[in-house]
Write a protein that binds this ligand. Structure first.
Ligand SMILES: Nc1ncnc2c1ncn2[C@@H]1O[C@H](COP(=O)(O)OP(=O)(O)O)[C@@H](O)[C@H]1O
Ligand SMILES: [Mg+2]
Length: 457
């Protein structure tokens, strides 16, 4: 029994004792002898019975009811962990059981609600797009993590403020105003400059309505479309480059054909000279188209490599006669070192292309009487291919760009050797499709070394 219960119990007991004493003082003087003793005994017995009764009523009814009331108070205050002590008797027992059941289900409900809240928060925070929620008066109510990352401040610098006070992009203001004004979804894109970077952002604003179709605010979603724009730009550049590259030989073919028809055809010497040019230019055109097709095939069938277990030595048997012949023409010494039998799971045709492109470059960009070497060895789970030359080398600023399509350090020189500027782009593509890596080291006028690592499997 806690203190307030004991106090109540003591009060009741004192009242009963006083009543008994009063009854005693009234009745006893009126009696005599044995009657007195009987009366006293009856009073004392009555007192004891009263005590037992009061105690029972307390334990079985008053205490559980008071405890249930206290728990109900706690529940009202939001403390759903509160439980009443369980009485086993009658109505009071039912009451305490019901109160406890109520408390339990309230507690479960809040746990579920909190879990759902957390889930929603996690989803919102891990979205790939920025999100902002504003009410009908323009106050920001919610921003997610991506939004913070995009605009660079943290949530409490936005939440509770008017959107136009915390965001200075006119396009965002326009999007919100349009969503409010036209009460329909709007789409808009703009650029924002963050730190050093310029990012392209697409914004979608949608008004929010309540059950009675009244405007309650707007939700704005920000997609970062920088990568998309970038690849769009690359594609545009590529198309421009292709057209340009195709135009040069085509103009030349047409020009010489016209000159021939205009009369140059009559002169034996000119005829031969011009036809040779036309032949060379058409060959250039052919290689260019071939390389372009190769590149686009690689891009589309990246996953469709025709992998099989191949022996590097037998692969080289197909290539070496051709490239050695080219090297001989420039009197270039060509050394090959293949350590033991090396086997690799790869696409043989593609791998041949890698060797041919690298060795051709080495020959093309090395002056007469130079040296070229090809060495292949296994290192742990990898095959390492090194192609090096002692040719003209590549400057540091060009080194990062040589793998780009159409990038050539010296356009004229590359063109003279039949280069299209696509060779290394193709090589890199193939290597990466095989989960390998390619690196280049070079010193101007000292030479260049390409190093490829390919996983054996
Ligand atoms: N071994 C090398 N030595 C010097 N420069 C090289 C070498 N390999 C490639 N390059 C440079 O990289 C450019 C790109 O090579 P590549 O993609 O094969 O195109 P290209 O058709 O011009 O050979 C070349 O134009 C050349 O300037
Ligand atoms: Mg090349």
């Amino acid at each position: 029994m806690d203190s307030s219960n004991s106090r109540l119990f003591i009060t009741y007991s004192i009242v009963v004792i006083i009543v008994m004493i009063l009854m005693g003082t009234v009745i006893i003087p009126l009696l005599s002898g044995n009657e007195r003793i009987i009366a006293i005994l009856t009073l004392v017995g009555g007192l004891i019975i009263f005590f037992v009764l009061i105690y029972n009523i307390f334990e079985k009814y008053i205490k559980p009811v008071r405890s249930a009331a206290r728990v109900a108070e706690q529940l009202v205050k939001g403390n759903y962990k509160a439980r009443t002590y369980v009485s086993h008797y009658g109505e009071a027992g039912k009451l305490s059981n019901t109160v406890n059941a109520l408390a339990r289900s309230l507690q479960e409900m809040t746990i579920q609600e909190r879990m759902q809240g957390n889930q929603l928060r996690t989803v919102i925070d891990n979205m790939e797009s920025g999100l902002m929620l504003i009410d009908e008066r323009g106050y920001v109510h919610l921003v997610n993590r991506k939004f913070e990352a995009m605009f660079g401040k943290n949530a409490n610098q936005y939440i509770g403020y008017l959107y136009y006070d915390v965001l200075d992009q006119e396009n965002i203001h326009k999007a919100v105003q349009e969503a409010f004004l036209y009460e329909e979804k709007i789409k808009n894109s703009f650029t924002i400059s963050l730190e050093v970077e310029k990012r392209y952002v697409e914004i979608v604003g949608a008004p929010i309505f309540n059950d009675t179709k009244n405007l309650k605010g707007a939700v704005l979603v920000f997609h970062d479309i920088t990568e998309l724009k970038r690849s769009e730009q690359t594609r545009k550049d590529f198309v421009a480059n292709v057209s340009h590259e195709l135009k040069t030989p085509m103009t030349s073919i047409r020009g010489f054909a016209e000159t021939l028809l205009d009369g140059a055809m009559e002169e034996e010497e000119l005829r031969e000279q011009f036809l040779t040019i036309i032949l060379n230019e058409s060959q250039r055109l052919q290689t260019l188209v071939h390389d372009l097709l190769e590149l686009s095939k690689l891009e589309h069938d990246e996953l469709k490599l025709n992998r099989k277990l191949i022996n590097i030595s037998s692969l080289l048997d197909d290539i070496l006669p051709i490239v050695s012949h080219q090297a001989q023409q420039k009197n270039i010494t060509f050394n090959t070192t293949v350590k033991n039998t090396i086997e690799i799971v790869a696409d043989p045709e593609r791998l041949k292309q890698v060797f041919i492109n690298l060795i051709n470059n080495a020959i093309n960009y090395t002056p007469n009487n130079g040296n070229i070497s090809l060495s292949i060895e296994t290192i742990d789970m990898f095959v390492r291919i090194i192609v090096s030359d002692n040719g003209i080398g590549i400057s540091e600023e060009s080194r990062d760009r040589i793998f780009e399509r159409f990038y050539r350090v010296d356009k004229a020189r590359s063109r003279n050797t039949g280069g299209t500027g696509l060779g290394l782009a193709i090589v890199k593509h193939i290597v990466e499709a095989h989960q390998g890596s390619i690196k280049v080291e070079s010193k101007i006028d000292k030479g260049t070394t390409f190093c490829i690592l390919l996983p054996k499997q």
